[in-house]
Design a protein around this ligand. Sequence first.
Ligand SMILES: *Cc1c(COP(=O)(O)O)cnc(C)c1O
Length: 372
Amino acid sequence: MVTSIHRPTKAIIDLSAITQNIENILQQLSQEMNLFAVVKADGYGHGAVAVANAALKAGANGFCVATIDEGIELREAGITQPILVLGVVETSYIHLLSEYDLAFPVTTLAWLKDAAMILQLEQLPRPLKVHLKVDTGMGRIGFLASENVNEAVRLIESIPQIEWEGIFTHFATADQAEKSYYETQKNRFMAILEQLPYQPLYVHDSNSATALWHEPIGNLVRYGVALYGLNPSGQAVAAPYKLKAALELVSAVVQVKQLPKGYGIGYGETYITPKPEWIGTVPIGYADGWLRKLQGFHILVDGNFCEIVGRVCMDQIMIRLPHEVPVGTKVTLIGKNGGHEITLQQVAEKLETIHYEVACGISPRVPREYIE
Ligand SMILES: *Cc1c(COP(=O)(O)O)cnc(C)c1O
Protein backbone atom coordinates (compact mmCIF):
# COMPACT_ATOMS: atom_id res chain seq x y z
CA MET A 1 0.00 0.00 0.00
CA VAL A 2 1.49 3.32 -1.02
CA THR A 3 1.75 6.02 1.61
CA SER A 4 -0.56 8.86 0.60
CA ILE A 5 1.29 12.07 1.28
CA HIS A 6 -0.84 14.29 -0.94
CA ARG A 7 -3.82 14.64 1.37
CA PRO A 8 -4.22 16.18 4.84
CA THR A 9 -4.56 12.89 6.74
CA LYS A 10 -1.46 12.06 8.79
CA ALA A 11 -0.22 10.67 12.08
CA ILE A 12 1.99 13.10 13.95
CA ILE A 13 4.44 11.46 16.33
CA ASP A 14 5.94 13.52 19.12
CA LEU A 15 9.39 12.01 19.64
CA SER A 16 9.97 14.07 22.77
CA ALA A 17 7.05 12.22 24.38
CA ILE A 18 8.85 8.95 23.63
CA THR A 19 12.15 10.11 25.11
CA GLN A 20 10.31 11.46 28.15
CA ASN A 21 8.44 8.19 28.73
CA ILE A 22 11.73 6.28 28.57
CA GLU A 23 13.56 8.71 30.84
CA ASN A 24 10.76 8.34 33.39
CA ILE A 25 10.92 4.55 33.54
CA LEU A 26 14.72 4.58 33.67
CA GLN A 27 14.49 6.75 36.77
CA GLN A 28 12.25 4.18 38.40
CA LEU A 29 14.47 1.18 37.50
CA SER A 30 17.71 0.22 39.24
CA GLN A 31 21.00 1.40 37.72
CA GLU A 32 22.07 -2.00 36.37
CA MET A 33 18.80 -2.55 34.51
CA ASN A 34 18.99 -2.50 30.71
CA LEU A 35 16.06 -1.22 28.68
CA PHE A 36 15.25 -2.72 25.31
CA ALA A 37 12.67 -0.61 23.50
CA VAL A 38 10.05 -2.83 21.88
CA VAL A 39 9.50 -1.50 18.36
CA LYS A 40 7.69 -4.46 16.79
CA ALA A 41 4.85 -3.86 14.31
CA ASP A 42 6.55 -0.70 13.03
CA GLY A 43 6.87 0.68 16.54
CA TYR A 44 3.22 -0.05 17.39
CA GLY A 45 2.29 1.94 14.30
CA HIS A 46 4.48 4.92 15.26
CA GLY A 47 7.39 4.07 12.93
CA ALA A 48 10.10 1.67 14.11
CA VAL A 49 13.21 3.49 12.96
CA ALA A 50 12.23 6.94 14.22
CA VAL A 51 11.10 5.51 17.56
CA ALA A 52 14.29 3.47 17.87
CA ASN A 53 16.47 6.53 17.34
CA ALA A 54 14.46 8.54 19.87
CA ALA A 55 14.70 5.66 22.35
CA LEU A 56 18.49 5.56 21.95
CA LYS A 57 18.73 9.26 22.79
CA ALA A 58 16.76 8.61 25.96
CA GLY A 59 19.09 5.81 27.06
CA ALA A 60 17.67 2.58 25.62
CA ASN A 61 20.33 -0.15 25.34
CA GLY A 62 18.76 -2.29 22.64
CA PHE A 63 15.57 -3.29 20.87
CA CYS A 64 12.98 -6.02 20.60
CA VAL A 65 11.12 -6.78 17.39
CA ALA A 66 8.66 -9.53 16.49
CA THR A 67 10.15 -10.79 13.24
CA ILE A 68 13.46 -11.18 11.45
CA ASP A 69 12.39 -8.63 8.85
CA GLU A 70 11.70 -6.03 11.53
CA GLY A 71 15.21 -6.63 12.87
CA ILE A 72 16.74 -6.26 9.41
CA GLU A 73 14.87 -2.97 8.96
CA LEU A 74 16.60 -1.57 12.06
CA ARG A 75 20.03 -2.84 11.00
CA GLU A 76 19.61 -1.34 7.53
CA ALA A 77 18.72 1.97 9.18
CA GLY A 78 22.11 1.87 10.93
CA ILE A 79 21.10 0.60 14.37
CA THR A 80 24.10 -1.23 15.86
CA GLN A 81 22.76 -1.95 19.37
CA PRO A 82 21.53 -5.43 20.41
CA ILE A 83 18.28 -6.54 18.76
CA LEU A 84 16.19 -9.43 20.05
CA VAL A 85 13.58 -11.03 17.79
CA LEU A 86 10.72 -12.13 20.06
CA GLY A 87 9.01 -14.67 17.81
CA VAL A 88 10.04 -18.20 16.89
CA VAL A 89 12.46 -18.31 13.97
CA GLU A 90 12.87 -21.23 11.60
CA THR A 91 16.27 -22.94 11.49
CA SER A 92 16.41 -22.22 7.75
CA TYR A 93 17.10 -18.55 8.62
CA ILE A 94 20.14 -19.21 10.80
CA HIS A 95 22.52 -17.61 8.32
CA LEU A 96 20.40 -14.47 8.03
CA LEU A 97 20.20 -14.14 11.83
CA SER A 98 23.96 -14.34 12.07
CA GLU A 99 24.56 -11.97 9.19
CA TYR A 100 22.34 -9.28 10.76
CA ASP A 101 23.42 -10.07 14.32
CA LEU A 102 19.87 -10.68 15.55
CA ALA A 103 19.35 -12.51 18.85
CA PHE A 104 16.29 -14.74 19.05
CA PRO A 105 14.47 -17.15 21.36
CA VAL A 106 15.05 -20.89 21.49
CA THR A 107 11.86 -22.60 22.59
CA THR A 108 12.39 -26.36 22.09
CA LEU A 109 15.18 -28.96 22.20
CA ALA A 110 14.13 -30.05 18.73
CA TRP A 111 15.11 -26.61 17.40
CA LEU A 112 18.59 -26.92 18.90
CA LYS A 113 19.11 -30.43 17.54
CA ASP A 114 18.05 -29.30 14.08
CA ALA A 115 20.35 -26.26 14.30
CA ALA A 116 23.25 -28.46 15.47
CA MET A 117 22.96 -30.56 12.31
CA ILE A 118 22.82 -27.54 10.03
CA LEU A 119 25.77 -25.91 11.77
CA GLN A 120 27.99 -28.96 11.26
CA LEU A 121 27.94 -28.06 7.58
CA GLU A 122 27.68 -24.30 7.71
CA GLN A 123 30.16 -21.65 8.80
CA LEU A 124 28.43 -18.49 10.08
CA PRO A 125 29.82 -14.94 9.97
CA ARG A 126 29.35 -14.73 13.77
CA PRO A 127 27.91 -16.95 16.51
CA LEU A 128 24.14 -17.03 16.98
CA LYS A 129 22.89 -15.29 20.12
CA VAL A 130 20.05 -17.18 21.71
CA HIS A 131 17.72 -16.48 24.61
CA LEU A 132 16.02 -19.48 26.18
CA LYS A 133 12.32 -18.71 26.42
CA VAL A 134 10.42 -20.23 29.33
CA ASP A 135 6.65 -20.55 29.20
CA THR A 136 5.70 -20.01 32.83
CA GLY A 137 1.98 -19.72 32.14
CA MET A 138 1.35 -17.79 28.95
CA GLY A 139 0.83 -20.98 26.93
CA ARG A 140 2.42 -19.39 23.88
CA ILE A 141 6.08 -20.14 23.12
CA GLY A 142 8.88 -21.55 25.22
CA PHE A 143 9.97 -24.48 27.36
CA LEU A 144 7.47 -25.42 30.02
CA ALA A 145 8.63 -24.73 33.54
CA SER A 146 8.34 -28.50 34.13
CA GLU A 147 10.87 -29.24 31.37
CA ASN A 148 14.58 -29.52 31.98
CA VAL A 149 15.91 -26.18 30.76
CA ASN A 150 19.44 -27.18 31.81
CA GLU A 151 19.40 -29.80 29.08
CA ALA A 152 18.97 -26.97 26.58
CA VAL A 153 21.90 -25.15 28.20
CA ARG A 154 24.09 -28.27 27.81
CA LEU A 155 23.04 -28.69 24.21
CA ILE A 156 23.86 -25.05 23.45
CA GLU A 157 27.29 -25.51 25.02
CA SER A 158 27.94 -28.42 22.69
CA ILE A 159 27.29 -26.30 19.60
CA PRO A 160 30.30 -24.04 18.93
CA GLN A 161 28.46 -21.48 16.80
CA ILE A 162 25.70 -20.82 19.33
CA GLU A 163 26.18 -18.46 22.22
CA TRP A 164 23.81 -18.53 25.21
CA GLU A 165 22.97 -14.84 25.67
CA GLY A 166 19.78 -14.81 27.69
CA ILE A 167 16.82 -16.42 29.40
CA PHE A 168 13.36 -14.91 29.69
CA THR A 169 9.68 -15.35 30.28
CA HIS A 170 6.53 -13.32 29.63
CA PHE A 171 3.62 -12.55 31.94
CA ALA A 172 -0.03 -12.93 31.02
CA THR A 173 -1.55 -10.72 33.74
CA ALA A 174 1.06 -8.15 34.78
CA ASP A 175 -1.41 -5.41 33.80
CA GLN A 176 -4.08 -6.52 36.26
CA ALA A 177 -4.60 -5.38 39.84
CA GLU A 178 -5.09 -9.02 40.91
CA LYS A 179 -1.57 -10.36 41.39
CA SER A 180 -1.92 -14.08 42.17
CA TYR A 181 -1.36 -15.45 38.66
CA TYR A 182 1.52 -13.02 38.14
CA GLU A 183 3.07 -14.39 41.36
CA THR A 184 2.59 -17.98 40.18
CA GLN A 185 4.42 -17.24 36.93
CA LYS A 186 7.15 -15.30 38.70
CA ASN A 187 7.76 -18.16 41.15
CA ARG A 188 8.05 -20.66 38.32
CA PHE A 189 10.61 -18.42 36.61
CA MET A 190 12.62 -17.93 39.81
CA ALA A 191 12.70 -21.69 40.40
CA ILE A 192 14.17 -22.18 36.93
CA LEU A 193 16.76 -19.45 37.43
CA GLU A 194 17.86 -21.00 40.72
CA GLN A 195 18.73 -24.34 39.21
CA LEU A 196 20.64 -23.02 36.18
CA PRO A 197 24.34 -23.94 36.14
CA TYR A 198 25.11 -20.20 35.72
CA GLN A 199 23.29 -17.13 34.43
CA PRO A 200 23.64 -15.76 30.90
CA LEU A 201 24.27 -12.09 30.03
CA TYR A 202 20.59 -11.15 30.04
CA VAL A 203 17.85 -12.38 32.38
CA HIS A 204 14.46 -10.77 31.80
CA ASP A 205 10.78 -11.08 32.61
CA SER A 206 9.35 -7.57 32.20
CA ASN A 207 7.06 -6.01 29.68
CA SER A 208 5.80 -2.45 30.32
CA ALA A 209 3.21 -3.57 32.85
CA THR A 210 5.77 -5.50 34.90
CA ALA A 211 8.21 -2.59 34.84
CA LEU A 212 5.50 -0.12 35.90
CA TRP A 213 3.71 -2.11 38.60
CA HIS A 214 5.98 -4.95 39.78
CA GLU A 215 9.59 -5.67 40.68
CA PRO A 216 11.38 -6.77 37.49
CA ILE A 217 13.59 -9.85 37.79
CA GLY A 218 17.01 -9.88 36.11
CA ASN A 219 18.79 -7.04 34.35
CA LEU A 220 16.67 -6.17 31.32
CA VAL A 221 13.16 -4.89 30.67
CA ARG A 222 11.36 -5.19 27.36
CA TYR A 223 9.60 -1.85 27.37
CA GLY A 224 6.84 -1.58 24.79
CA VAL A 225 3.48 0.11 24.89
CA ALA A 226 4.27 2.52 27.73
CA LEU A 227 7.11 4.12 25.81
CA TYR A 228 4.46 5.30 23.36
CA GLY A 229 2.65 6.88 26.32
CA LEU A 230 -0.08 4.26 26.56
CA ASN A 231 -1.15 2.63 29.82
CA PRO A 232 -0.74 -1.16 29.34
CA SER A 233 -3.91 -1.82 31.33
CA GLY A 234 -6.09 0.60 29.36
CA GLN A 235 -7.78 2.27 32.29
CA ALA A 236 -7.86 -0.64 34.72
CA VAL A 237 -4.80 0.32 36.79
CA ALA A 238 -3.43 3.85 37.17
CA ALA A 239 0.16 4.41 36.02
CA PRO A 240 2.60 5.47 38.76
CA TYR A 241 3.35 8.67 36.83
CA LYS A 242 1.92 10.40 33.79
CA LEU A 243 2.55 8.63 30.51
CA LYS A 244 2.69 11.04 27.58
CA ALA A 245 0.86 9.89 24.43
CA ALA A 246 3.09 10.29 21.38
CA LEU A 247 0.59 9.86 18.56
CA GLU A 248 -1.89 12.28 17.05
CA LEU A 249 -4.09 11.47 14.08
CA VAL A 250 -5.25 14.51 12.12
CA SER A 251 -6.86 15.41 8.85
CA ALA A 252 -8.93 18.26 7.40
CA VAL A 253 -12.42 18.85 6.12
CA VAL A 254 -12.29 18.62 2.31
CA GLN A 255 -15.91 19.49 1.58
CA VAL A 256 -18.55 21.29 3.61
CA LYS A 257 -22.22 21.49 2.63
CA GLN A 258 -25.56 22.21 4.16
CA LEU A 259 -27.93 19.33 3.51
CA PRO A 260 -31.69 19.68 3.74
CA LYS A 261 -33.84 17.79 6.23
CA GLY A 262 -34.42 14.15 5.22
CA TYR A 263 -31.16 13.74 3.24
CA GLY A 264 -29.44 10.32 3.32
CA ILE A 265 -25.75 10.11 4.18
CA GLY A 266 -23.36 7.32 3.18
CA TYR A 267 -23.75 3.75 1.98
CA GLY A 268 -26.99 2.12 3.03
CA GLU A 269 -28.59 5.49 3.88
CA THR A 270 -28.09 4.69 7.57
CA TYR A 271 -28.26 8.35 8.62
CA ILE A 272 -30.94 10.73 7.44
CA THR A 273 -30.69 14.38 8.44
CA PRO A 274 -33.48 15.13 10.95
CA LYS A 275 -33.23 18.82 10.06
CA PRO A 276 -31.02 20.93 7.79
CA GLU A 277 -27.43 20.17 8.84
CA TRP A 278 -23.86 21.19 8.01
CA ILE A 279 -21.99 18.06 6.95
CA GLY A 280 -18.23 17.85 6.46
CA THR A 281 -16.30 15.17 4.60
CA VAL A 282 -12.91 14.01 5.92
CA PRO A 283 -10.50 11.89 3.84
CA ILE A 284 -9.92 8.94 6.16
CA GLY A 285 -11.66 5.57 6.19
CA TYR A 286 -11.39 1.94 7.09
CA ALA A 287 -8.49 1.42 4.68
CA ASP A 288 -6.56 3.83 6.91
CA GLY A 289 -7.50 1.83 10.00
CA TRP A 290 -10.40 4.13 10.91
CA LEU A 291 -12.87 1.26 11.12
CA ARG A 292 -16.55 1.06 10.20
CA LYS A 293 -17.49 0.45 13.82
CA LEU A 294 -16.55 4.09 14.47
CA GLN A 295 -19.85 5.26 12.98
CA GLY A 296 -21.50 7.25 15.79
CA PHE A 297 -18.13 8.11 17.39
CA HIS A 298 -16.89 11.68 17.18
CA ILE A 299 -13.86 13.68 16.09
CA LEU A 300 -12.75 17.20 17.02
CA VAL A 301 -13.18 20.32 14.85
CA ASP A 302 -12.27 23.68 16.43
CA GLY A 303 -12.68 22.10 19.86
CA ASN A 304 -16.17 20.75 19.05
CA PHE A 305 -16.97 17.03 19.19
CA CYS A 306 -18.55 16.19 15.82
CA GLU A 307 -20.38 12.91 15.32
CA ILE A 308 -19.42 10.60 12.47
CA VAL A 309 -22.71 10.22 10.60
CA GLY A 310 -23.47 7.51 8.08
CA ARG A 311 -21.23 4.55 7.44
CA VAL A 312 -17.46 4.91 7.45
CA CYS A 313 -16.34 4.44 3.84
CA MET A 314 -13.04 2.93 2.71
CA ASP A 315 -11.45 6.35 2.23
CA GLN A 316 -13.80 8.98 3.69
CA ILE A 317 -16.10 9.81 6.57
CA MET A 318 -18.84 12.36 6.99
CA ILE A 319 -19.26 14.36 10.18
CA ARG A 320 -22.02 16.63 11.50
CA LEU A 321 -20.66 20.13 12.06
CA PRO A 322 -22.21 22.58 14.55
CA HIS A 323 -22.05 25.29 11.86
CA GLU A 324 -20.35 26.04 8.57
CA VAL A 325 -16.54 25.84 8.67
CA PRO A 326 -14.08 26.66 5.87
CA VAL A 327 -12.82 23.82 3.68
CA GLY A 328 -9.35 22.92 4.95
CA THR A 329 -10.28 23.26 8.62
CA LYS A 330 -8.09 20.90 10.65
CA VAL A 331 -9.76 17.94 12.35
CA THR A 332 -8.34 15.78 15.12
CA LEU A 333 -9.25 12.11 15.27
CA ILE A 334 -6.76 11.24 18.03
CA GLY A 335 -5.14 13.93 20.16
CA LYS A 336 -5.89 17.40 21.49
CA ASN A 337 -7.87 20.10 19.71
CA GLY A 338 -9.27 23.32 21.16
CA GLY A 339 -9.03 22.25 24.79
CA HIS A 340 -10.52 18.79 24.26
CA GLU A 341 -8.87 15.44 23.65
CA ILE A 342 -9.66 12.10 22.03
CA THR A 343 -7.37 9.30 23.20
CA LEU A 344 -6.41 6.02 21.55
CA GLN A 345 -8.02 4.39 24.58
CA GLN A 346 -11.38 6.03 23.82
CA VAL A 347 -11.21 4.88 20.20
CA ALA A 348 -10.34 1.39 21.45
CA GLU A 349 -13.33 1.38 23.79
CA LYS A 350 -15.68 2.34 20.96
CA LEU A 351 -14.15 -0.51 18.93
CA GLU A 352 -14.41 -2.90 21.91
CA THR A 353 -10.69 -3.60 21.75
CA ILE A 354 -7.38 -2.41 23.23
CA HIS A 355 -5.35 0.66 22.21
CA TYR A 356 -2.50 -1.61 21.07
CA GLU A 357 -4.71 -2.88 18.27
CA VAL A 358 -5.86 0.59 17.22
CA ALA A 359 -2.31 1.98 17.08
CA CYS A 360 -1.02 -1.01 15.08
CA GLY A 361 -4.04 -0.78 12.80
CA ILE A 362 -3.32 2.72 11.44
CA SER A 363 -2.44 1.57 7.98
CA PRO A 364 0.69 2.31 5.96
CA ARG A 365 -1.43 4.60 3.76
CA VAL A 366 -1.28 7.21 6.54
CA PRO A 367 2.01 9.12 6.53
CA ARG A 368 3.89 9.45 9.83
CA GLU A 369 5.27 12.91 10.49
CA TYR A 370 7.76 13.46 13.32
CA ILE A 371 8.08 16.41 15.65
CA GLU A 372 10.55 16.82 18.52
C1 LIG B 1 5.16 -7.29 22.85
C2 LIG B 1 6.01 -7.89 23.88
C3 LIG B 1 6.55 -7.09 24.89
C4 LIG B 1 6.17 -5.65 25.10
O1 LIG B 1 4.91 -5.60 25.71
P1 LIG B 1 4.25 -4.22 26.16
O2 LIG B 1 3.01 -4.61 26.85
O3 LIG B 1 3.97 -3.48 24.91
O4 LIG B 1 5.24 -3.55 27.02
C5 LIG B 1 7.45 -7.69 25.76
N1 LIG B 1 7.78 -8.99 25.65
C6 LIG B 1 7.24 -9.79 24.70
C7 LIG B 1 7.63 -11.22 24.66
C8 LIG B 1 6.33 -9.27 23.80
O5 LIG B 1 5.80 -10.07 22.87
